[in-house]
Design a protein around this ligand. Structure first.
Ligand SMILES: [Zn+2]
Length: 172
């Protein structure tokens, strides 16, 4: 089931999310809903606070090549446990900040540990787009958006545009 994606600015996008302590069917179906919502958008990553749930859960799939099998990842309590000194700059966007893009520089490679939907622990090294995406999504769990990396003027400009967009959407 598709869920509604919150748009910036929204206080729920600025909150610290709580670790998941018990795996439940409700959380599993939330993860499935988030994947459906992400693919539908379409996007390559989505964090639970973006659908209004303040739990440490992200989903992503950065496979973009035509014909390559998709790789949906569901990550509970994802954590960067090591980051490379090498940096990488990508033009980032966010489903909560539609049509706004900006370059963000982050570690080029990160080791991430997480719990899957069956409660099993995984650790994997991510690079390239996957590394950027997983860091962007984990940031959401700490109430941080990609625009928080930008200079204040640029951030304010984007926030003003978004406030205007939300007002227009509310008017219908
Ligand atoms: Zn985002």
């Amino acid at each position: 089931m598709k869920r509604n994606i919150l748009l910036h600015p929204d206080p729920r996008l600025k909150k610290l999310c709580a670790p998941v302590t018990d795996m439940t069917d409700e959380l599993r179906s939330l993860a499935d809903d988030m994947l459906a919502t992400m693919y539908d958008a379409p996007g390559i990553g989505l964090a639970a606070p973006q659908v209004g749930v303040l739990d440490r859960l992200i989903v992503m799939d950065c496979v973009k090549e035509e014909g390559e099998p998709s790789r949906p990842l569901i990550m509970f309590n994802p954590e960067v446990i090591a980051a490379s000194d090498d940096l990488n700059t990508y033009e980032e966007g966010c489903l909560s900040i539609p049509d706004q893009y900006a370059d963000v520089t982050r570690p080029a490679e990160v080791d991430v540990r997480w719990i899957d939907r069956d409660g099993k622990e995984h650790t994997e090294t991510f690079s390239k787009l996957w590394a950027t995406c997983v860091q962007h999504e984990i940031d959401h769990l700490d109430g941080k958006l990609f625009i928080d990396y930008l200079k204040p003027l640029k951030r304010q400009m984007i926030t003003r545009k978004m406030t205007k967009l939300k007002r227009e959407l509310a008017r219908g």
